[in-house]
Every structure is written in structure tokens, then in C-alpha cells.
Write a protein that binds this ligand. Structure first.
Ligand code: C2E
Ligand code: MG
Ligand code: MG
Ligand code: MG
Length: 283
């Protein structure tokens, strides 16, 4: 019986695979359509707050796709599709341009844009960014690009070359989701980046795991010894924000402080940022 059951399961699995592949192809086609529409793809912004004085130091641009039938689709779903289907370069260019234009007059230090390792593998990427900034009239020191650890371990060397060229232009580089990839704490010493963004899984382990507190403390101390700035991602409670401020984390980002929001809301927030922050600076 085991054999028949096995074959039966395989048939079901095959059918499911088929449906999944079909759904994926449909989504891919719809994403292509979305890219040429003006309304489906939007850029939201999530502020980063100085842990020291609760001021907004920067914002991170986050892509949003509002599908005409299915509503919001998460970037964790459509970014990999865009990467596989050769659409990430167009999408990346779109978010970069939009983020620079939107934030041009905002009273912040930097606007951060996420970059896919697929974009960074293109040897012409740094030049493409330089041209975009020039065409917009954007000061490169106001732009931060967020890369993941996979970009720093890419064997072909194009990513590394691009990162060097981007930094030479004055653009800062942040290492996103730090701690989830392959890098050891030891490798942090050699990384050619300006900022470390500590992954939210460590922040959310506070109070439950003394291990996570020790790891975050070590990351921050090492980063500071190397002159790197630190951001904690996914700050959801005042306990987390208090602890992070206490151990000298530079910037905080998370739902406690502000969710990603459209331009209109961010501009309202920036106008009243000093008085409306959720971080207490007195405690
Ligand atoms: P990421 O760059 O690490 O962005 C942070 C993610 O954490 C965002 O999810 C944000 O909404 C979420 N987040 C922020 N604060 C909190 C919090 O307190 N709690 C929790 N649970 N989550 C929080 P989002 O917007 O869904 O983006 C997911 C990922 O998609 C991003 O992770 C990034 O890797 C990718 N992504 C988004 N926009 C772009 C883009 O323009 N280009 C590329 N290449 N990737 C992007
Ligand atoms: Mg990011
Ligand atoms: Mg992140
Ligand atoms: Mg992430």
C-alpha cells in the first residue's frame, strides 16, 4: 500500500506544483503590467530615529504593490519574482528615482534604498546610479544603499567593485539584516560598509533570550570600534528601545516609532517630528 499511497501523493504534489507554477507565471505577467502602470507600484517610507535625541535621521524607501484584484502584495513575494524574471533592474531604478525625488527637500540626513544583489552583480550598476543622481541633481551623500550579506560574499567581485565605486561617489552603504547571513562577527572588521542594520530577529529576542542581548551588544561595540553606525530594525516595544539606547545603538527603526507610510504622511510627520516622537529621551 505504501507504494500506491506514495504514487498518489506524488500525483497530488505534481498537480499542486502545476498550480503554483501557473500562479507564479500569472503574477509575473501582472507585475510586468504593474511596472508600466503609474498607480500599482508605490514607494512607502519608514523613518529611522536617532536613539540619542529621538529626531528622524533618515527614511528607508520600501516598495509597495497594490494588485488590482488581490490588494497589497508583500515585497518578500514580488521582489524574488522580479529578480528571476529580469524585472529587478527596472524596479530598482524606479524606486531609486522616486525616493530621491520625493525626499529632495526633506530635513533628513539620508534616504535609504534597498538594492538587490542581482542589481549589484551588473558591472555597470554604480555608473547607472551616478547618472540617475546627476540627472535629478541629488547630492550623493544624501543617499544610502542597503545591501545584504550575499552582496559581500559574491565571488565574481562585481558587487564589491560596485560598492567601492558607490562609496567613492559619497554614497553610504548599509549592511541590511545583519546577523542572518554567513558573516561572522569577526568578518565585521573587514566589511567595507558604513552602517550595520541589526536584524529584527535579535531585537525581538530581547527579554526572552539573554543570548540575543549579548549578540546585539557585541555587534554594536565592534561596529563602533570600526567607526560604523548601527541601526536596530524591528523595534516594537519601549523595553527594546530603552535597552538599545542604553547600549549605545545609534538609530532605531520599527513599528513602535513609525510604520512605513506614503509620502503625504511622512511629510506631515517630518513637519512635527521633534515633538511627536514615540521615543522618550528623558528616561
Ligand atoms: P528590509 O529592507 O529588511 O526592510 C524592513 C522590513 O521590515 C520592511 O518590510 C518593514 O515594513 C518591516 N518592519 C519595519 N519595522 C518593523 C517592526 O517593528 N516589526 C516588524 N515585524 N517588521 C517591521 P517590507 O516593507 O515588507 O519589506 C520586506 C523586504 O523586501 C525588505 O526588507 C527588503 O529586503 C525588500 N524590499 C522592500 N523594498 C525593496 C526595494 O525597493 N528593492 C529591493 N531590492 N528590495 C526591497
Ligand atoms: Mg532594508
Ligand atoms: Mg532589514
Ligand atoms: Mg529584510
Amino acid at each position: 500500500h505504501a507504494k500506491t499511497a506514495g504514487r498518489g501523493q506524488f500525483a497530488v504534489f505534481g498537480k499542486e506544483m502545476d498550480t503554483m507554477l501557473q500562479q507564479r507565471r500569472t503574477l509575473e505577467r501582472e507585475l510586468r503590467e504593474a511596472l508600466s502602470s503609474d498607480t500599482q507600484i508605490q514607494v512607502y517610507y519608514q523613518p529611522l530615529y536617532s536613539a540619542r535625541n529621538a529626531k528622524i535621521t533618515g527614511v528607508e524607501a520600501l516598495l509597495r504593490w497594490r494588485h488590482p484584484q488581490h490588494g497589497w502584495i508583500a515585497p518578500d513575494v514580488f521582489i524574488p519574482i522580479a529578480e528571476d524574471a529580469g524585472m529587478i533592474e527596472a524596479l530598482g531604478e524606479r524606486v531609486l528615482r522616486q525616493a530621491c525625488l520625493d525626499s529632495m527637500s526633506w530635513p533628513i540626513e539620508t534616504v535609504a534604498v534597498n538594492v538587490s544583489v542581482v542589481e549589484l552583480r551588473n558591472p555597470a550598476y554604480a555608473m547607472k546610479v551616478a547618472k540617475i543622481l546627476l540627472s535629478i541633481g541629488m547630492d550623493p551623500t544624501r543617499l544610502e544603499l542597503e545591501v545584504t550579506e550575499s552582496a559581500l560574499t559574491d565571488s565574481a567581485g562585481h558587487c564589491e567593485h560596485n560598492i567601492k565605486a558607490l562609496r567613492a561617489l559619497g554614497i553610504t552603504i548599509a549592511l541590511d539584516d545583519f546577523g542572518t547571513g554567513f558573516s561572522s562577527l569577526g568578518r565585521l572588521q573587514q566589511l567595507a560598509v558604513d552602517r550595520i542594520k541589526i536584524d529584527r530577529c535579535f531585537v525581538q529576542g530581547f527579554g526572552r533570550s539573554t543570548n540575543d542581548e549579548a549578540i546585539v551588544r557585541a555587534i554594536i561595540d565592534l561596529a563602533h570600534a570600526k567607526g560604523l553606525r548601527t541601526t536596530a530594525e524591528g523595534v516594537e516595544t519601549t523595553e527594546q528601545s530603552d535597552y538599545l539606547r542604553g547600549i549605545g545603538c545609534d538609530d532605531l527603526q520599527g513599528f513602535l516609532l513609525s510604520r512605513p507610510a506614503p509620502v503625504k504622511d511622512i511629510e506631515r510627520l517630518l513637519r512635527g517630528s521633534a515633538s511627536h516622537s514615540a521615543i522618550s529621551t528623558t528616561g
